[in-house]
Design a protein around this ligand. Structure first.
Ligand code: FES
Length: 85
């Protein structure tokens, strides 16, 4: 299947998480923290820490370690978080 990551079309396999696709591309961060702008990526890998938030198909705060990619998904880097602190 094909997905788009920050505007670049890439190959992805069925059953991969968004985080797996990003890591395979060599990305170690895909979000910045709300106030300090520090880079974040995968940390716990089990859906608990919310460090891996990313925008998928225009929806922010998607946990990349939990979301399986779908054909045609549009994955975007997220700046900060939409979640309340
Ligand atoms: S890496 Fe912790 S929630 Fe995704």
């Amino acid at each position: 299947m094909r997905v788009t990551v920050d505007g670049v079309e890439v190959e992805a396999a069925s059953g991969q998480t968004v985080a797996a696709v990003l890591l395979r591309l060599g990305r170690v961060s895909w979000r910045t923290t709300r106030e300090a702008g520090r880079p974040r990526g995968i940390f716990c890998g089990i859906g608990v820490c919310h460090d891996c938030l990313v925008v998928v198909n225009g929806v922010p705060d998607v946990r990349a370690c939990q979301r399986l990619v779908g054909d045609g998904d549009d994955v975007r880097t997220q700046h900060g978080a939409e979640l309340p602190s």
